[in-house]
Design a protein around this ligand. Structure first.
Ligand code: R1P
Ligand code: URA
Length: 289
């Protein structure tokens, strides 16, 4: 059985995992991930009971029950680097024995649903639309560090995308990964849009936003919006869905992302007063997870 040394899997003196500060018994099988730590309380406000609340850096966690289902809600902060930490530590909590530091004999599968915000890229994704990331294109490069990346990614899609974008060798290779299809069909019951999401390694340049510093490719977003492959078009930009879908697939967990559009990049429109609309998305996911 594989043994994980103290430097590789860091466990705090209280028995909790290094960054999340969660203990194995505090994690539910159904996990909702949000970017904003403030959104954790919005999700947990719908719980009928709470068994634990833990906070460390940007990672705030509450485990409780919703309509009898045990659910953990956890904030990841912004970006795929945090997803690397969160998904690895969640998997360790579920699948490594913290006493012996060995992998457990029986695999324990988690269901991970990210509820986020995003920028819409098509005329049919106006502000307020809920988009499920059926496929994610990772601009972040994270999955390229893991073995098995080529076994789980859509290599033909990647090739077509790089060709269309005239992808610069200065950028890390984009990876294309599917969310869990069963989870998508359960969460999207016809009232959301299934789409292709670019998970960017930044909010400004990597998403084609130009403030004072010009972009390396001023035509990036026009190319993103016009890309089509096997009937798929790119619907939205956010920053975590590819790392979440990719790592979860390599580990054997079910994962997906659903985001509410808060800015439409085509018609240059944004809405920052979205608290009520995202609460509708939260209760919908809580009912269906
Ligand atoms: C950027 O504003 C953040 O918002 C989106 C992006 O993915 C990024 O994390 O998601 P969240 O609203 O979940 O944070
Ligand atoms: N989150 C993003 O990453 N991009 C947007 O445009 C809006 C929310």
């Amino acid at each position: 059985m594989k043994y994980f040394a103290e430097s590789e899997l860091i466990i705090n003196p209280d028995g909790s995992v290094f960054h999340l500060h969660l203990k194995p018994e505090e994690l539910a099988d159904k996990v909702i991930l949000v970017g904003d730590p403030g959104r954790v309380e919005t999700v947990a406000s719908h719980f009928e009971s709470r068994e634990c609340e833990v906070e460390s850096r940007e990672f705030k966690t509450i485990t409780g029950t919703y309509k009898g289902k045990r659910i953990t809600v956890l904030s990841t902060g912004i970006g795929c680097d945090n997803i690397d930490i969160v998904v690895n530590e969640l998997d360790a909590l579920a699948n490594i024995d913290f006493t012996t530091r060995q992998e457990k004999e029986k695999f324990h599968q988690l269901e991970l649903v990210r509820i986020g915000t995003c920028g819409g890229l098509q005329p049919y994704t106006p502000v307020g639309t809920f988009i499920c990331s059926e496929k994610s294109i990772g601009f972040d490069g994270l999955l390229n560090f893991y073995a098995g990346r080529n076994d789980v990614c859509d290599l033909a899609f990647e090739e077509a995308f790089c060709k269309h974008m005239e992808w610069s060798p200065l950028l890390c290779a984009p990876y294309v990964i599917d969310a869990n299809a069963e989870l998508i069909s359960r969460i999207n019951q016809g009232d959301m849009v299934n789409g292709v999401t670019i998970a960017a390694g930044g909010f400004f340049g990597p998403q084609g936003r130009e403030l004072r510093v010009p972009l390396a490719d001023p035509h990036q977003n026009e190319k993103v919006e016009s890309f089509e492959y096997n009937g798929y078009r790119i619907t939205n930009f956010e920053m975590e869905s590819s790392a979440l879908a990719g790592l979860s697939r390599l580990m054997g967990h079910k994962a997906m992302t659903v985001c509410m559009v808060i800015a439409n990049r085509l018609i240059k429109e944004a809405n920052t007063g979205y608290k009520n609309t995202i609460d509708t998305l939260i209760t919908t996911v809580l009912d269906r997870i």
